[in-house]
Design a protein around this ligand. Sequence first.
Ligand SMILES: [Zn+2]
Length: 326
Amino acid sequence: MNAERLAWHAHQWGRIAAMQSGARLPHALLLRGPEGVGKLEFARRLVTALLCERDAFDVDPCGTCRSCRLIAADTHPDLHALEPPDGKAQIGIDQVRELIGRVGLTAQYGGRKAVLVAPAERLTRAAANTLLKTLEEPPGDTLFVLVSHRAAALPATIRSRCQMVDFPTPPAAVARPWLGLDDEAADTALRLAHGAPLSARVLATGGGLEAREAVLEDLEGLVSGARDPVEAAERWRDLGLLDALHWLQSLVCDLVRLKNGRSAHSLTHSDRGAAMQHLALGLDLIRLFRLFDLIVEARRAALGQLNFNEQLTLESIAIAWRQDGA
Ligand SMILES: [Zn+2]
């Protein structure tokens, strides 16, 4: 369990420490902000610090007591996680009922209990409703920590029972040294990740930039007629459906910007400005907006529907890139 203290969370730690020392820590916190800024890392470290067996609360948990070691091993009996089960997109009502049963019991170690709900926006409506009463009056000394990068999608009834802790993207000057890349690579990764350092790190080290390159190459091939749409769709599927859709959407947005007169160096993909300008020559705005709609629709379907054919959906997008003037 990663409990790194991130440099750009100093303000949020200060708030928590002040609440804790004034005995004003609420029953429920909602950590909200864009994806990739380290909210989950903060939440994990927070529950570790709160359950740490050291006498006084410290934002740096000791790491060596029984509690810290059990949390590191993901086996602390008083720390409960509410997350989508493997292979499922949502947190269901049965999981919430089971959780309520467990937090209703006395803490095994006699201290505080904690519940980590992440990503909180994945609670079904019924699951959220079932959680409400427990969230308002948790049994014993229980803290709920909800984590969400789409907090606005949570029911108002859930949000109103939580104290918000905001996690904006940090300034590049703070994120850059943490990434440990050379400045140019760090700036490219941060720009593509919209300033979110953890996402930038995944991009730079986890094959994200290569995936963008592959998608960009496919688009050039589709527009020129050199690439077969079915093959392109297969390659996108291999990259991972949501990753492929992410790059497709992000590239289309830049192409729309170019068509609207924005300069290549102001683009999200400014490091590939020449390729983007070349690609834009073969496309018009009507087609770009149609592509944008197709991609957004595919994303929605991928996140929600049960009967969803990845290959066919990606093929329809690839074909739409290729159809001349359609
Ligand atoms: Zn400890």
